[in-house]
Design a protein around this ligand. Structure first.
Ligand code: HEM
Ligand code: HEM
Length: 553
């Protein structure tokens, strides 16, 4: 990795690492009586290891000029590796807390393992660790291929991948220690937030620099979705996380927003994190990997652009649907509800576009589990967005809010859409990244598909049932006008569904482990006995065009 950097880049890498080590040292000393001190020490150790690694290879020969004639894929390989790593941890913790909701004693009587601390470990691992790394890695791939341009330098992509994972590491190790800003999906504290801003700006500039070097006049639509993801996340992250730290030696900070303004800012952020992190970037993935895998042009390029502008414009106004029946002014709630219903149109335009693209390639969907992952993802995208628009309607939300229905909606999106499209993209990408003809075992891809699909189905159906039963039990009155059921009654009614959800999660996790093994074996270059002697991968020389990606109209 360091051998690929030019001498100038090695010097810059050293400067960055030394600056980071100094920051770590300051936090470690100033925060010696606070959890921030532990993070300071971690940053110090990691950056000192980095400094030694760079010094160790500082005098290695510089990379040859030939490298500039080929795409730069090494940071993509690292991104995929990190993504799978966080996936396995995130799913394991997710299943753990799922069992904990059925059997509360699973905390083992320790503070770090209480539900409140492990829940953000789960959400951050899967959303930021797994999803974020998959997005960064595939965006590097897509931007190079669709622009027919190499990444502009070697250092920035590594800075983005490693810097982003440092952020994930700080976030995820912080929660068990009790470090949290208590804002959902924005739990990391001020120092981690500032670091993410630096990394994210570098990421956006890298994207623009690569596009500026493009040898293809058209900017393929997937790039627009990825850029919306990067740009809007930066805006949301900065505004929602504006905070005043207690001091340099304390992890704790106080956000500048208060009361209902804080709630609105948080859910403007929260819902747009759904829109631009869990939707827009993954649509970028879908718009590239689905047509290339199916070897068909997009059904309607024009529709993909209309969907883009619809999603970007409508989503930004929809966040207040999280605050129905609160102190938020009624008209703001109505605004959020209206835009949420309108969102169905651009959302279904994308889901429909994906499915129509597969028209004429159904035999491939039948035979190829990788393409089937993407097909199922598009179906779940359609289901989740329909459900989202539905539960955003105020009277429907009166039933669904605070219940497991929301959790069912979240995981239909998270497992069915986000994870499935990522698995499809990763399986499409991995063989070519490691210069193999195909995955180590297509049979294991098939097994992963069925485990993932059955796990998702069990999870989501269990939560839909439990959510609606909860909502109905909480609003049932008896003849004397008092509540028919106590809260504990509803908890008891949930128990079987919580067990079913945890079993669904176990199936999904098993699929993830099968996938991780298959990817590992592919990367190692291992061959199954049946593959011995099969023709190897033919490397593509130079920067090639992707014919399936020309606009159809
Ligand atoms: C048209 C598109 C969508 C609309 C209108 C929509 C609407 C909603 C609504 C109304 C809620 C419940 C708010 C509440 O009662 O608290 C919600 C929650 C949520 N949705 Fe969606 N949704 C959409 C698509 C998606 C997609 C594709 C995902 C992908 C994973 C997703 C992920 C989530 C998450 C994570 C939450 C939970 C937020 C929380 O309370 O922590 N949504 N959505
Ligand atoms: C093995 C699979 C999984 C299991 C067993 C699982 C389990 C759970 C559990 C038990 C919760 C807490 C629910 C509650 O507070 O009542 C949760 C929340 C959540 N999970 Fe998962 N999860 C899994 C996979 C995923 C994946 C892959 C993603 C995202 C890509 C994800 C995203 C979320 C989100 C966003 C929340 C917060 C929902 C909200 O606040 O409304 N989960 N999960």
């Amino acid at each position: 990795m360091i051998g690929q950097l030019s001498r100038g880049e090695r010097q810059t890498a050293l400067l960055i690492l030394v600056a980071l080590a100094l920051c770590g040292l300051v936090f470690a000393i100033a925060g010696k009586d606070d959890p921030i001190g532990v993070h300071g020490a971690m940053i110090l150790v990691l950056s000192v290891i980095g400094v030694f690694a760079v010094i160790g290879h500082y005098y290695d020969p510089e990379p040859s000029e030939d490298r500039l004639g080929e795409y730069y894929d090494d940071p993509i390989r690292a991104g995929i590796g990190f993504s799978i790593f966080w996936l396995i941890i995130g799913l394991t913790v997710g299943d753990w807390i799922a069992w904990m909701l059925a059997y509360p004693n699973f905390t083992f009587d320790a503070a770090w393992s209480t539900f409140g601390r492990l829940r953000p470990v789960h959400t951050s691992c899967v959303i930021f660790g797994f999803g974020g790394n998959a997005l960064i890695a595939t965006s590097f791939h897509v931007m190079q291929r669709t622009s027919r341009a190499r990444l502009p330098d070697q250092l920035t992509p590594w800075f983005v991948v490693l810097g982003y994972n440092l952020f994930c590491f700080l976030a995820i190790t912080g929660y068990p220690m009790g470090i949290t800003k208590s804002k959902e999906y924005a739990e990391p504290e001020w120092y981690a937030d500032i670091w993410l801003v630096i990394v994210w700006v570098a990421y956006f500039i890298l994207y623009l620099r690569t596009l500026a070097r493009r040898r293809e006049s058209h900017i393929y639509v997937a790039n627009w979705y990825y850029m919306a993801f990067i740009l809007v996340m930066a805006m949301l992250h900065i505004v929602n996380n504006l905070a005043v730290p207690v001091s340099l030696g304390h992890a704790k900070s106080y956000v500048i927003w208060a009361g209902v303004q804080d709630a609105m800012t948080q859910w403007w952020y929260g819902h747009n994190a759904v829109a631009f992190f869990l939707t827009s970037g993954f649509l970028g993935m879908m718009y590239y990997y689905l047509p290339t895998r199916a070897k068909r042009p997009l059904y309607s390029y024009r529709m993909s652009i209309i969907s883009f502008w619809g999603i970007v414009f409508f989503y930004l106004w929809a966040g207040s649907h999280h605050l129905h029946y609160t102190a938020l002014p009624q008209w703001v709630q109505t605004l959020g509800m209206t835009f949420s219903v309108m969102l169905l149109v651009p959302s279904w335009a994308s889901a429909g576009n994906a499915l129509m693209t597969l028209n004429g390639a159904w035999d491939k969907v039948r035979d190829d589990a990788t393409l089937r992952f993407m097909f199922v993802a598009a179906v779940f995208y359609g289901i989740t967005t329909f459900e989202g628009s539905f539960i955003a309607i105020r009277p429907v939300n009166a039933l669904s809010h605070y219940t497991d229905w929301t959790i069912g909606h979240v995981h239909a999106g998270a497992l069915g859409w986000v994870a499935m499209i990522s698995f499809g993209a990763i399986y499409a990408l991995v063989p070519s990244l490691w210069k193999r003809k195909e995955m180590y075992s297509p049979g294991l891809v098939e097994a992963h598909f069925w485990l993932a699909l059955s796990g998702t189905t069990v999870y989501v159906i269990a939560m839909w049932n439990s959510g609606i039963i909860q909502g109905l039990m909480w609003r049932t009155y008896n003849e004397s006008g008092t509540l028919e059921y106590s809260f504990v009654d509803s908890l008891i009614a949930m128990h079987p569904y919580y067990i079913a959800r945890a079993i669904g999660g176990l199936l999904f996790l098993s699929g993830g482990i099968v996938g991780a093994y298959n990817i590992w074996m592919t990367a190692r270059g291992a061959r199954r006995p049946a593959q011995q002697g099969a023709a190897g991968y033919t490397p593509v020389v130079g920067l090639v065009d992707e014919p399936a990606l020309r606009p159809a109209e």
